[in-house]
Design a protein around this ligand. Structure first.
Ligand code: UDP
Length: 331
């Protein structure tokens, strides 16, 4: 079975992908600097290297020791708000890190890379559902760096024969059904974990950012996709490349949009408690409506989301958060 290097395999989506790879019988190597990831999230059967992909000697060492067949790359900063106040951090880590790692990959003859991209590459959509061929015009620095990383792979393919799949995800959420791993950000900014902090006794209410959008109840609409479904798409993409597939870009979403208020009321029924909220100002940079068309990933990769019902997604998140109210705890 092939050996896969997962960069950022201690993070939220990376750790779930490592679990999926191991379940499917792959050998897995994880490299992570543990800046935002957690050692406890790394599957015990994966080999683990702590270090930074901007450090050429570190990443060279990993490629030298482990003869990997493909790379799955999650190692990046991913907070939209932070990217607006600290853009150079995003250029340094996301672009600089990818450049150094790619150089090492080329030098070590590794040809395939699956890349964790984002719906933020599109910016304000011209229409929904969003297709991969739609205009990319990021409205924040995070999306801008992810788009530039995609272009870096494109040019590396032209010059060095690298083949890549870029996966543009919509709203990642949920947790592994065993509740062994799940979502843990500090600070937490994502809707579903924040909603669940209320029944978990961590906050009294949440803020709904804007109720004057042109949507059915005035709050923003998003396409929520389960982290295990994202994980299975990465594994399919790695197999696709190793089986001779061409470089390509795929959206990953459920194709169904839910408003912020619908998420809250679904969480209330999953948890069996009232979840109070207050309406606050719109959050800067939030598009009203983001919904993906994932037909291409379904057709080309054979991807099929298993957790397509919002209550099932929230139930897995609740299982994780109620069992681990402080996430993975102290690092
Ligand atoms: N949101 C909210 N209150 C919160 C956090 C998020 O109303 O405390 C809204 C946010 O404005 C967006 C949606 O929930 O419309 C999803 O936000 P999240 O940060 O989870 O993901 P994003 O869509 O920004 O990737």
């Amino acid at each position: 079975m092939a050996k896969i290097l997962v960069l950022g395999g201690a993070g939220y989506i990376g750790s779930h992908t490592v679990y999926e790879l191991i379940e499917q019988g792959f050998e897995v190597v994880v490299a992570d600097n543990l800046e935002t990831g957690f050692k406890a999230a790394v599957h015990p059967k994966a080999s683990f290297y702590e270090g930074d992909i901007r450090d050429k000697s570190f990443i060279d060492g990993v490629f030298e020791k482990e003869r990997v067949d493909a790379v799955i790359h999650f190692a990046a900063n991913s907070q939209v708000g932070e990217s607006m106040t600290a853009p150079l951090k995003y250029y340094d880590n996301n672009l600089g890190g990818t450049r150094t790692m790619l150089q090492s990959m080329i030098e070590h003859g590794v040809k395939y890379i699956v890349f964790s991209s984002t719906a933020a590459t599109y910016g304000e959509p011209e229409r929904v559902p969003i297709l991969e061929t739609d205009k990319t015009c990021p409205t924040n620095c995070y999306g801008e760096t992810k788009l530039a990383m995609e272009r870096m792979f494109y040019w590396a393919q032209q010059a060095h024969g690298i083949r890549y799949v870029s996966l543009r995800y919509f709203n990642a959420c949920g947790a592994h059904p065993t509740a062994d791993i799940g979502e843990a950000h500090d600070p937490e900014t994502h809707l579903i974990p924040i909603v669940l902090q209320v029944p978990n006794g961590k906050r009294e209410y949440l803020s709904v950012f804007g109720e004057d959008y042109d949507t059915k109840d005035g709050s923003c609409v998003r396409d929520y996709i389960h982290v295990c479904d994202l994980a299975s798409a990465h594994v399919l993409a790695a197999r696709y490349l190793m089986n001779g597939g061409e470089s390509d870009i795929f959206n990953l979403g459920n194709g169904v949009g839910f408003t912020v208020k619908e998420v809250i009321s679904c969480a209330e029924s999953v948890v069996g408690k009232k979840i109070p909220f207050k309406v606050a100002e719109r959050r800067a940079g939030d598009p009203a409506l983001l919904v993906a068309s994932s037909d291409k990933a379904k057709g080309v990769l054979g991807w099929k989301p298993r957790f397509d019902a919002l209550d099932t997604i929230i139930a897995t998140a609740w299982r994780w958060h109620s069992a681990h109210p402080d996430g993975y705890g102290e690092k």
